[in-house]
Design a protein. Structure first.
Length: 115
């Protein structure tokens, strides 16, 4: 076997190992990430529908919300945060009561800020 063919085989083997490693890492965190996102986003969307002048932009992995607001509507931020935290806790309690899995280290008091 010539040197160039050997390098190609080694390179492909290394690439395959890297791809498989990344896929395994993603697979191990996918369920936890999906459950966290579901809990945070469902609660945030529910509260956004109550406070129509606040608009979701992003939720980080700790559940903290970044949003934008219509003019002169920042006064709704505190009630939104209270609604959001209550919604997160309710979804966690519902999953626990049903014996469903929960991600570790969920933030029970996520915050929100207006950009």
């Amino acid at each position: 076997m010539n040197c160039s063919r050997r390098r190609t085989i080694v390179w492909r083997t290394a690439l395959l190992g890297t791809v498989l490693g990344v896929m395994a890492g993603c697979a191990s965190t996918t369920l936890e990430t999906r459950l966290s996102n579901e809990i945070y986003w469902d609660a945030a969307v529910e509260c956004e529908s109550r406070y129509r002048t606040l608009h979701l932009d992003q939720i980080d992995r700790d559940g903290n919300v970044t949003m934008h607001a219509d003019a002169e509507s920042r006064h709704e931020l505190r009630p939104f945060i209270e609604c959001y935290q209550k919604g997160v806790r309710a979804r966690i309690d519902k999953r626990r009561g049903a014996g469903q899995p929960l991600p570790e280290n969920l933030n029970l008091e996520p915050t929100a800020e207006v950009d």
